[in-house]
Design a protein around this ligand. Sequence first.
Ligand code: FAD
Ligand code: 2HG
Ligand code: ZN
Length: 476
Amino acid sequence: MNSSAALTAFQALLQPQQMLCAPVDMQPYLIDWRKRFFGKALTVLLPSNTAELAQIVRICAEFQVALVPQGGNTGLCGGATPDQSGQQVVVSLKRMNQIRAIDLINQTMTVEAGCILQTIQAAAAEHNLLFPLSLGAEGSCCIGGNLATNAGGTNVLRYGNARDLCLGLEVVTARGEVWNGLRGLRKDNTGYDLRDLFIGSEGTLGIISAAVLKLYPMPLCQWTSLVATPSITATIELLNLFKQKATSLLTGFEMMTAESLNLIEKQFPQMANPLGENPPITVLVELSDHESEAHARNLIEEILAEALDLGIASNAIIASSIAQANTFWQMREHITLAQAQEGANLKHDITIPLSALDEFIATTDALLRKRFPKVRIINFGHLGDGNLHYNVAAPAGSDSTIFNQANEKIVHDLIYEMVERFGGSISAEHGIGQLKINNLRAHKGAVAHDLMQAIKTALDPQNILNPNKVLSIKSA
Ligand code: FAD
Ligand code: 2HG
Ligand code: ZN
């Protein structure tokens, strides 16, 4: 490694404002959103186009300097935070934020990696088109980060995750070459799927510099409802009722336990549950319709009436305006923030087959409560996808830092053991990063893990792309 030669080469390539070296300037890039991971860096670089980015990677390859790609820095697994060595370079894609093209006939948009997700949604909406990826961090996360983590969010039920919404990529490889795969094709069976390899690889195989995204017709209207249910079993029955009756009109089905919403009430009293006292489960259901307001309204009313009759719902309200629907979503999307304000928690972003979800929660809750009486289980998530955010927090009144330090491994191991037993995944949508790196081999099995290591070594033989994220590979 020759860091001073690399610094000299970066200086020659970039404008001073594209190269941050002062600790105060670098600081925001060196800590993750949860304040769980802290790093140091040689420098933070902000390329403004693909050619500059490729040149940066070539310099890193020549001088064997590791680099950490970063988008909006909203990731929840520490994937965008450099290590403690002070020898890694953070490459922020923030300045590469151009929308290169919108193809109205093909219904695609070509964007640079640093485009903010909300900007992309708004650009599509200007043409009465929808880019469906939607998540709480959409005001600051970047599409490159979304694709690198294969982000999920609240529309997966209908439109799929980031992978399903991407048709093509431009990627800078570990050698600093540019792979131009920016084709807007819905069918393309030409050998191995490189696009899908880079998506979800968390910056360890290549740096995404641009993407072709899929757009959809904008729905004519949306109806949003909050529904009280007595149990997880009832909630799953409600989901199946909506799937059966509303079919593709069902675009959101989010679950929030009473404990999650008690936290909202405490941290954001203005966002308290309009259903009144928090029921065991509150579900946010959204239907999107292309036919008419009345069609969707009648349908949601009909389904809710049947759910109340069947006893799988005990109460429900339908938002009477877009503003009220937004307050329902705000309540849902503020749970992460409410938890952060309450103190550090132990996150588990898991999926379980819907058929096993009820038993998983009952068994895991009981085991946790036996081991840690009064522990707080903040369980919410994208139930339509079987995706729970099964977050664990120290008992009320106790010090969360001390609790987490002493018990983090015990809690993770207990929950992940149950995830395995019930056929689930230890990462539904947030990725592996550094947070789950030590759990991956046991979860995937030796064969899959060895194949992943072989792919990493083939694509990045010097191990300069985001080392020690996802996989631990000994640097050459
Ligand atoms: P970063 O945090 O900057 O980076 C994430 C990873 O991608 C890192 O490993 C980084 O090295 C890599 N990376 C970034 N850019 C590139 C690139 N151009 N090329 C290659 N690698 C790159 N996630 C969900 O899936 N669903 C949710 O519902 C959701 N809700 C959230 C709500 C809140 C309040 C917060 C704070 C986070 C939420 N997240 C959610 C997590 C996070 O927003 C997503 O993981 C998002 O996709 C990260 O995008 P980013 O631009 O912030 O990436
Ligand atoms: C969400 O669905 C995000 O709100 C964050 O994925 C989940 O805070 C979490 O654990
Ligand atoms: Zn989520």
